[in-house]
Design a protein around this ligand. Sequence first.
Ligand code: ZN
Ligand code: ZN
Length: 200
Amino acid sequence: MTLAEILRKSASRHKHLCPRQVLGARMGLLAGELLHLDIPRADKRLLIIAETDGCTVDGLIAATGCHVGGRTLRIMDLGKVAATFIDTYTESALRFAPRREIRSLALDYAPGARNRWQAMLQSYQKIPAEDLFNIQSVCLKIPLAEIISRPSAKTECEMCGEEIINGREVFRNGRVVCLSCAGENYYHLETNSRSPLAVH
Ligand SMILES: [Zn+2]
Ligand SMILES: [Zn+2]
């Protein structure tokens, strides 16, 4: 697919086109090229770890075919328009981040643009990749096998009784527990919490 086709696809998901979708699309296209992987893909060979949610991700999805439901896209929210692309066969991994200068560079590439936003939208499609991104080879700190885990794995938390899939359980005091019960929960229960479905 060409960049224009990817952007059309991304924009239809996103309701309009915006500069960060362009960055996501350019990253995805270039990652496919540098990792020698045909994109968009329908298999699970390419894994993306995106460092933010939002606009960028729609560009990444449109370019690569990776998506959360396919377990080929993860969000590790560091609040950065950056992403790491991993060839899960070879384990080569490339991290892309926009260069600091691209906002000012955008004005040079689109002198006639109506405003800064338009300048970014147009220029990010034209600026050569090497001026747009810093690209680094990286090694994952968590082994790839652990990140992907076993999709068939299934167990039950010995504290809350909820099912845990993909091998995400941990051991605490000799018990198999979910991460929430192990203290890594992102919520706490309201006092006197009861099901909204409970009969009054
Ligand atoms: Zn957007
Ligand atoms: Zn639990």
